[in-house]
Structures are given as structure tokens and as C-alpha cells.
Design a protein around this ligand. Sequence first.
Ligand SMILES: CCCC(=O)SCCNC(=O)CCNC(=O)[C@H](O)C(C)(C)COP(=O)(O)OP(=O)(O)OC[C@H]1O[C@@H](n2cnc3c(N)ncnc32)[C@H](O)[C@@H]1OP(=O)(O)O
Length: 338
Amino acid sequence: MDFNVTQHDSHYKVSVGTLLLLNVFNRMVLCPLSRQLLKSSSSCGAWGRLLQRPSSGCVYSSIHGFNQKEVKEKLQAFPGGSIDLLKQDSGIAILTINNPSRMNAFSGSMMVDLEDKVSQLEKWTDGKGLIVQGAAETFCSGSDLSAVRAISDPQDGMKMCMFMQNALTRLLRLPLISVALVEGRALGGGAELTTACDFRLMAHASVIQFVHKHMGLVPGWGGAARLVNIVGSQNALKLLGGALKVDPEFGLQIGLADGVLEGSQVEKHAETLLQQATNWLSLYTKGPAPVIQAVKKVVVSGRELPLSETLRTEKDVFGTVWGGPANLQALASKSIHK
Ligand SMILES: CCCC(=O)SCCNC(=O)CCNC(=O)[C@H](O)C(C)(C)COP(=O)(O)OP(=O)(O)OC[C@H]1O[C@@H](n2cnc3c(N)ncnc32)[C@H](O)[C@@H]1OP(=O)(O)O
């Protein structure tokens, strides 16, 4: 029996035998080969650095004089609040910044908690998407100012900054499509946190503001580097230099926001913001987890690596889905894309 398969504008004739052979070839030759390539590149290659090992997305390690255990102990001295993770059967997880009495400011223990939750998400094989939100109708007001005052020594400040850069870089590199649901205010480090997600959805009347200049600071959690990638250097300079308030309309205009959510309080039976964000995200997370994760991996490599390295990574990721269950099922079901 032959299947007529349309891919874009070309028609291919694929027999069941060919499909099975492809699958066997993939499982016995390509996959072990890919795994071998990944192994050999894991110590220094870009692929290994970015995608292969959990927590390998770290920017700082002991070779940079960074002692994670020591920094964690110091941060734990500033307790309060929590970072809550809910992994759902749908493959979409909800990460909640939870410290309402301080407008969801990050205490030291919340920073440690965040790193722990990112580690859990790195191991989530069934995951496809992630929504990052704040508790009690506001997003996050940045660093807890009482901790900031206590860690005024530049060396300690830099250690906290390295810790948060590691955690947020790993958050952005997760093989999950992530969205920050911004309600209320995202200030300082909270604004930086929104840039560690792939997308930002802003609720009516919400504000993202890099208030660092007003605090005599610049972003230190990787937010400036990510902001430049998202909105370009001209807009980033305006947002940081002017500590401008970004409302949903301005956010859409400069590309910081990817969508605006309706106010749920206005109409009694309106969808909650979380439901709206989930619906928005599900357009991109529909399908099997290995395929969605592969999509995110090729985009991460394209976003971060030089062209020749990103092409090699794309080839390796391609090898993990080619002839895989979703690919074979699509071929067998004669899927067409009108
Ligand atoms: C590299 C990271 C750099 C940084 O993130 S530096 C921190 C940047 N963030 C800030 O400066 C935010 C300072 N806070 C504010 O501007 C205002 O509190 C804010 C968020 C606009 C909310 O204003 P309001 O709605 O009027 O509420 P409020 O001021 O009464 O605040 C309610 C309670 O929350 C507290 N709070 C808000 N942001 C905080 C923070 N970042 N650290 C510690 N506590 C914070 C605030 O002190 C107040 O507490 P309390 O009720 O007086 O005990």
C-alpha cells in the first residue's frame, strides 16, 4: 500500500515498508549517532552547553569563582514568600511568584526556590508550556528591598546577580514555550523576569517598568541583554535610560508585549486571565511533547548560537524527531496543509 503525502507543495509517495525502514534506521542508526554526537559535545560543545544536561544552561560555574552552595546559603538568610509550581496533565505548568504582602518581591529564599523549580521543569519530559504569573493580581516588584539593603556589599550583590542570571537563563532555555502573564506591576527585577519568558501577555492596566535607574542601578539578572534581543537596542536604551512605564499599548508597539488580555473583573462571566493566557499559549503547545520541545530547542539555538553551531544543533534535534512516532503518524494519516 502507498500513501500520498503532501509536504508544502511537493507530493511524495511513501510505502508502509519505507516508513518502517525509516523508523528502524532512525532508531538503530541516527538516534545512537545523535546521542554519541551529543555525548562527545557535552563537555564543551554549544549543544551540550545549551540543551543536553539539566542545569547546563548556567552562565557561571566554579571556573568563574561562583560557588552555588555558598550563595544559596547566603540567600536563605533572607526568607519570605515562595515560588509555587503546578505541573498540569495538559503539559502546561504554572509558576507563581508568591509574596503578596511585598507585591511579590523576591526574597533570598524565593531566589533559591526559583532555581529549584527550574531544575524540576528541566526534568519534566511531558512538559510543553509554562505560564509565569504573580499571586494576588500583581506580577512582581523585583528584589525584596530589605534584602537589597542588607546585601549592599558589591561582592555579595554580584553573587546574587550571578545566581539569578543562572536561574533566569535556564528558565528561558527550558524546552517549554513560556509566557509571562503580567497583571498589575512588573518592576525592576520583575520586569527582568518577564524577559526570561518567550512571550509576554499584558493584562489591561498592567505596567512593565525597568525602574533600575531610579534605584541607581542597571539590570543585573540578565534583563538588559534579553531586552535588547526583544525590542532592539534603541528601544532598550529608551526603556532603561528613561525608566519608562510600558503599558499594554506601548508594549505591543515596541514588541515587548505579544498580546493584551481582557480585564476579567469587568464582566462577571469573562474568562480569568489565566484561562486567557492558557488559551493563547495552547495555540503553540498543541501536539506531542517531544515535538514541541524540539521546536523550542531549535529556536533557543537559533537565538543564542552562531550560524554554523545552530545549524549543527538543528540537525541533531531533527534527528530526534525524524521517523519518531509523531512523524510516522503524520505520514500515515496523509496529512495535508491547505
Ligand atoms: C536587580 C534587581 C533590581 C530590583 O529589583 S530593585 C527593586 C525594584 N523595585 C522597587 O523599587 C519597588 C518598590 N515598591 C514600590 O514602588 C511600590 O511599593 C509599588 C510596588 C509600586 C506598590 O505600591 P502600592 O500599591 O502603593 O503599595 P505599597 O507601596 O504600600 O506596597 C505594599 C507593600 O509591599 C512592600 N513592597 C513593595 N515592593 C517591595 C519590594 N520590592 N521589596 C520589599 N517590599 C516591597 C511595601 O513596602 C509595602 O509594605 P508595607 O505594607 O508598608 O509593609
